[in-house]
Design a protein around this ligand. Structure first.
Ligand code: FAD
Ligand code: UDP
Length: 387
């Protein structure tokens, strides 16, 4: 490195950018290397050709119970108050379609089973688990009561099994239980997707928030730069640009790639995004509609509902198609496939990284975890505090 830096952050997503700013605020000089031609990582947003603000890597809704994270990010953005609501769109068995809230709740129950039977089942569930309780589908399926068991089978079939097969290529009982637990059965009339205290969308978008975060005299950002060509981990001392580096390195890319895949590739799921711009004000009335029974895509998101953008006569939607990540050029590893075997493989890479006291793996890829944005921001602040 020509200039002297105290910290090298690899990646300008939540992990890299939050850590970079927190460290710069402490007086450290930080170099951020980002392989893509933009900041923000997978939270990056931009106007499309029709001028509609889209999320290039899939819909991102900010939600957290962590006041510290919310307050910290609020230094760089104001928020649009947005409560995410999702419905499942399924065939009604008579040639039409019905929709009801996801997470499946007391309202969904009445839509699926009719008001009377729905209420009776709702009362029964509430008596069994408690009002306003969240029950995972796997827990609900353990219930021995015949009418609750039948209901659990219904929800499994109409909300979980096909969607999960599309998303993961595996059934709900074969994936990490924490994944389906993200979307429980909710014994409530609250039809929001998330119940966190702080929810919303950055008022002008995620990218402007990241621009302000990285706008600091002690932060240098190089876009279109792959850090792998500049990092050398072959010896006992970490080198940057060929010279021993005694500063801190925060790496937020794939752990397997950092070590040349020497123990084999870590498995991921990737997504194909099909964007469509339509000449109408409103396509689906909701931010996101999940197709939980049929179709090849998992869900459709209509960005205007998320962002609140007024764009008369035009709207952009995106369909998400999930598939196994093969590592081909251009493919992006979006979801770690968390299971004991893959965690054990990850642990080998982690042990390699731990050989260097100044190398820190941080983020959804580097830690091989299913993190939301707020969790990464929290971890980045924690690490910066420690360094
Ligand atoms: P990333 O955003 O992936 O950033 C890593 C960055 O490092 C990338 O920009 C990459 O290009 C760069 N990089 C990697 N290797 C190198 C290298 N060798 N050299 C230089 N740069 C490199 N979370 C929520 O809270 N709410 C949501 O609604 C939500 N929706 C999501 C929807 C989808 C479809 C997906 C996939 C994720 C969603 N998330 C959501 C999760 C969210 O995207 C992540 O928590 C967050 O983006 C993780 O940030 P990160 O910095 O760890 O990783
Ligand atoms: N899920 C499902 N049906 C739904 C919504 C979610 O089966 O309608 C399951 C599915 O396995 C999914 C997981 O719950 O991968 C987590 O869903 P979430 O919406 O949190 O996924 P993300 O937005 O992170 O892709």
């Amino acid at each position: 490195m020509e200039e002297k830096f105290d910290v090298l952050a690899v990646g300008a997503g939540y992990a890299g950018a939050v850590a970079a700013r927190a460290l710069a605020d402490q007086g450290k000089r930080v170099l951020v290397l980002e392989r893509r031609d933009h900041i923000g990582g997978n939270a990056y947003d931009r106007p499309d050709q029709a001028g509609v603000l889209i999320h290039q890597y899939g819909p991102h809704i900010f939600h957290t119970n962590d006041k510290q994270v919310f307050d910290w990010l609020s230094r760089f953005t104001r928020w649009r108050d947005y409560q995410h609501r999702v419905v499942a769109n399924i065939p009604d068995g008579r040639g039409g379609r019905i929709t009801y809230p996801v997470p499946f709740n007391l309202t969904s129950l009445e839509t699926a089973f009719g008001p009377e039977e729905g209420r009776r089942l709702g009362d029964k569930l509430t008596a069994a688990y408690g009002a306003e309780k969240k029950v995972t589908i796997l827990e609900l399926r353990q219930n021995q009561d015949p009418s609750i068991a039948a209901l659990a089978d219904y929800v499994y079939e109409h909300v979980f099994v096909h969607y999960t097969m599309k998303q993961w290529g595996q059934r709900p009982e074969d994936i990490d239980p924490n994944t389906t637990a993200r979307v429980p059965v909710f014994l409530s009339r609250d039809d929001r997707y998330f119940q966190d205290t702080y929810q919303g969308m950055p008022l002008e978008g995620y990218t402007p928030m990241f621009e302000r975060m990285l706008d600091h005299p002690s932060i240098t950002v190089e876009l279109g730069t792959d850090a792998l060509g500049r990092l050398d981990l072959s010896g006992n001392t970490l080198k940057v640009d060929g010279a021993p580096f005694d500063g801190q390195v925060i790496y937020t890319g794939q752990a397997d790639e950092l070590f040349g895949f020497r123990f084999g590739p870590l498995p991921y799921r990737t997504l194909d995004f099909a964007f469509e711009t339509l000449e109408q004000d409103d396509f689906q009335g909701y931010g996101t509609v999940n197709y939980t029974v049929d179709e090849d895509f998992t869900r459709i998101t209509e960005f205007k509902h998320l962002t609140g953008q007024a764009a008369p006569g035009v709207t952009t939607i995106v369909k998400e198609y999930s598939k196994a990540y093969t590592g081909e050029r251009g493919e992006i590893p979006y979801y770690a496939i968390i299971n004991p075997e893959n965690n054990a493989l990850y642990a080998k890479y982690r042990a390699e990284a731990d050989r260097f006291s100044n190398l820190h793996l941080l983020g959804r890829l580097a830690e091989y975890k299913y993190y939301n944005m707020d969790a990464i921001a929290g971890k980045a602040l924690e690490l910066a505090e420690k360094l």
